[in-house]
Design a protein around this ligand. Structure first.
Ligand code: SAH
Length: 196
């Protein structure tokens, strides 16, 4: 479970913004992720009206799915373009407001109120700003975080979780010496030590 050369790799926020500008977003799944459908029951566990968090959300269509099921969705994403594309592609009206606790951050909220997307770095969030969540959909998030930041990412995620919450995590398995990522390879042993 050696992560090889990936351990020192850094993708900057500017690089992510550029990927969105260049439409270099091969990670986006137009049809949504089959693993969320498959494990939806594990995430919901029979509960309704949950607060679900989408870290590093991009324009994930699964946010619309869960909102349509009556849950309340919160996402965070550095690219404002991604968030605007999300609302536009689902024809959802939204309004924008500043986030007083985070300089330069904005919150884009669907007019219906059940989808709130923060445009800022996830490292700027805390439970005093976004509250705690009953469920997390982590796809393209832990695996997109720079390897050196995994510990702070995981610690933050733990502080955002309600006691009886469920966390669905999607990772990818491949030889980290053959591709530079992202998505990065996160060994199972590391996931265990990050989340306990
Ligand atoms: N989860 C989404 C997007 C995956 S790609 C999906 O499944 O489609 C990773 C996303 O994280 C990109 O959109 C990138 O712009 C965003 N991102 C990268 N670093 C971030 C950070 N520190 N805070 C918030 N968003 C970030």
């Amino acid at each position: 479970s050696d992560i090889g050369a990936q351990k020192d790799r850094v993708v900057t926020e500017e690089e992510w913004l550029r990927k969105w500008e260049m439409n270099n977003i091969g990670f986006h799944k137009e049809q949504g992720h089959p693993l969320l459908q498959k494990y939806l029951d594990v995430l919901l566990n029979g509960r309704s009206g949950l607060r679900i968090f989408f870290p590093l959300c991009g324009k994930a269509v699964e946010m619309k799915w869960l909102a349509d099921m009556g849950h309340s969705v919160v996402g965070v994403e550095v690219s404002e373009q991604a968030l605007k594309e999300f609302f536009a592609e689902h024809s959802l009206p939204y309004c924008e407001e500043p986030v007083p606790e985070i300089s330069g951050a904005k919150k884009l909220q669907s007019t219906s109120g059940n989808i709130s997307l923060y445009c800022c770095s996830i490292y700027d969030l805390s439970s005093s700003i976004v509250g705690k969540f009953d469920g997390v959909w982590d796809r393209g998030a832990l695996v997109a975080v720079n390897p050196r930041d995994r510990q702070s990412y995981a610690s933050l995620m733990i502080t955002l979780m309600e006691k009886n919450s469920s966390y669905l995590l999607v990772t990818v398995s491949y030889d980290p010496n053959k591709h530079k990522g992202p998505p990065f390879y996160v060994p199972e042993s590391e996931i265990k030590s990050l989340f306990g």
